[in-house]
Design a binder for this molecule. Sequence first.
Ligand SMILES: [Zn+2]
Length: 247
Amino acid sequence: MEATCRQALRVGLRAVAFTEHADFAFRVHADMRPLDVQAYLLEIERCRALFPALRIVSGVELGEPHRHAMETAEVLRAGPLDRVLGSVHCFSWRGREIDASQLKEVPAAETPAAVRAYLAEALALVTSPQPFAALAHLDYYKRYWPHRELTYDEGEFEAELRAILRELSRRGSALEVNTTRGAPAERGLCPGARVLGWWAEEGGRAISFGSDAHEPAFIAAGFREAAQLAEAAGFRANDDPAGHWLR
Ligand SMILES: [Zn+2]
């Protein structure tokens, strides 16, 4: 976290949020460990003292919180965690739980059906009473879509994506533009320009930016392009360097 703060200042950021993963799908990821909120918050405080020029925001990325309500409440109680993201990584496919990264193992012909299962899970999340301020990487599965065998056309999933965006707008949450550590836009920009346009049309007011850096070197990677797309969709930065872009 200290190295990330240093890199954030180096690339000209005025604020950074550490939305640490809190995932509970231990059956899918056997090597995963629970988030130690107290240790995390101590590190946040240590970094705030080291870098007074940088606004350091605490946070968490809740994985499928609607499926793990008790564990989620426990993490949030251990807070304070300022920026709470809701996300879907895992979903049911053919009777078992898989992570979207396992789409690579699904035959290309079945990928669209698996993506619909993912999007149904995301709809269940946004219609749940779970408290989160922004929806992370709406089309996370794009990272693992078999782009070489199958062209990804957002239009094929327009109804599903718009239904999620409509609910997200109704609950007053923000949509995250996740740049996947600066990966090529085809699979890394989650979501892309067309979906951002739908977000505006469905009444979406706010956008947050996430680089999903996981490593200091990738903080804010891909933000320049993401900011251009957000501006093109009518969203603007404001005086708060840690604030959402609004329209
Ligand atoms: Zn995630």
